[in-house]
Each structure stands twice: as structure tokens, then as C-alpha cells.
Ligand binder design. Structure first.
Ligand SMILES: N[C@@H](CCC(=O)N[C@@H](CS)C(=O)NCC(=O)O)C(=O)O
Length: 226
């Protein structure tokens, strides 16, 4: 768990929020020191990990390159940090202000709505020890609402923002892997999402992470839909 000197240390796991980050790091060509945090046995609550992410969630990074230590947690903040540092996948804040803020807006939407609501959905449909129909219905409705927002947004666009591949695409794409492979029964109800997903899936680094998700057998347990 101890961060390695002169390396970008990534604390993550085989979970939806971390897959987009894996693609981004690969795309930026960053040499990563990977630390697996096993959330199934509670490693994220250890005192050692709490020093890295006081919120006790994956992912988090400790960047020990460039002669200083910078720790960042929250998927969106990590993505923003990496792209600002590299100058890729985030249009410049001054010279391309409109594109920049469009990208940031969808990155925040991903981090504060799209990902957490699907996490709630996943909990109530796959993992909750009790069957709570109201919670299942509410999370189902909210996830479908978000997919409609996304589908409408993509009606006239190839990418989420700025007419190019940006950090807003990486995290959203990885949740769509779960949509396509059975998380919700309605992938084909969202034709613009299907087109968007399939165009990104052709990119080799995106495809590589799809294979990682599929190899994890995540959909062995099918949800009980409301
Ligand atoms: N807002 C956080 C959420 C991260 C999050 O919920 N991570 C999950 C894995 S995808 C986790 O650590 N879960 C552990 C738990 O719920 O105990 C982020 O985007 O980084």
C-alpha cells in the first residue's frame, strides 16, 4: 500500500469507477504503479488507506513523479488532474473556454449523478441483503432518467463535449459496458447511446478495458428488475 517513489501510484480495483481511469492512464502513456485495494474484505477502511483517501473509496492516486507528492481522490478530480498535467483530453480553459466548461460540466455530471446513481441501482438490485421494492424502483427510475438525458445529449454528437474525445467520455463509457452487457435490460432503447458506445469500443484501449470487465464475470448474477 505504501506509495512508491518517482511513480504515479494508483489505488484501484476491478470496479466501474476505476475502469475509465485505467483507459485514461493507458491513453496518456503513464507508467503506473498499481495497488489493488480489495474492497470486498474492507481494505479501503484500513488506517493506511485512510491516509491516501480519507473518504475510504477507490480510486485514488499518489503522484510521486516530479520531485513532489500529490495525492488526489474522487474519479473526476483524478481525471482532471491527469489531463491538466498532460494537456490532453481537456480543452484549454482560456483559449477554448466554451469547450473546456462543456467538458467539465459533463465530467461533474458523470461523477456526481451518472456513476453514483448506478452504484445505488447496482446495490439494491444485485447486492442488498433485503429486498426493498421502493428503493429498487426509485433507483431504476433514476438510472433510466439519466440514460434518457445521455441519449438526448448524444442525438447530435459523436462525443460528450467539445466535438472531440475528452475526459468526459472515459468514465461514462465504462458504465455503458455494464448497460450493454445486462446491467439494465434496455440498452437497445437508447439508439444514440448504442452508436456512441460502439464507436468508442472500436478504439483499442477502450476495447482492452471492455475485455477486462467481461473477464471479471460481473454479470454472473443477473439483477431482479422492478
Ligand atoms: N465518488 C467516488 C465514488 C467511488 C466509489 O464509490 N468507489 C467504489 C468502487 S466503484 C468503492 O470504493 N466502494 C467501496 C464501498 O462501497 O465500500 C469516486 O468517484 O471516486
Amino acid at each position: 500500500m505504501e506509495p512508491i517513489n518517482n511513480k504515479l501510484n494508483l489505488y484501484s480495483n476491478n470496479t466501474p469507477s476505476t475502469h475509465g481511469l485505467h483507459i485514461l492512464l493507458d491513453s496518456l502513456g503513464i507508467d503506473v504503479q498499481y495497488h489493488k485495494v480489495n474492497i470486498w474484505v474492507g481494505e479501503h477502511y484500513s488506517e493506511d488507506y485512510k491516509k491516501i483517501n480519507p473518504n475510504c473509496r477507490v480510486p485514488a492516486i499518489v503522484d510521486n513523479r516530479d520531485g513532489q507528492t500529490i495525492g488526489v481522490f474522487e474519479t473526476g478530480a483524478i481525471m482532471q488532474y491527469l489531463t491538466e498535467k498532460s494537456g490532453k483530453y481537456l480543452p484549454d480553459r482560456i483559449s477554448r473556454s466554451k469547450d473546456h466548461w462543456e467538458t467539465i460540466q459533463w465530467l461533474y455530471w458523470f461523477n456526481s449523478s451518472f456513476a453514483p446513481q448506478q452504484t445505488e441501482f447496482g446495490y439494491y438490485h444485485y447486492f442488498a441483503p433485503k429486498d426493498i421494492p421502493d428503493a429498487k424502483e426509485r433507483s431504476h427510475n433514476e438510472v433510466v432518467r439519466l440514460y434518457k438525458v445521455l441519449n438526448d445529449h448524444l442525438a447530435t454528437r459523436q462525443f460528450m463535449a467539445a466535438n472531440e474525445l475528452t475526459i468526459a467520455d472515459f468514465g461514462i463509457f465504462t458504465w455503458l459496458i455494464y448497460l450493454k452487457y445486462g446491467f439494465l435490460p434496455s440498452y437497445n432503447d437508447f439508439p444514440n447511446i448504442v452508436r456512441y458506445y460502439e464507436s468508442l469500443e472500436k478504439l483499442p484501449l477502450f476495447k482492452k478495458e471492455v475485455d477486462v470487465v467481461l473477464a471479471s464475470n460481473f454479470n454472473n448474477t443477473k439483477p431482479k428488475f422492478v
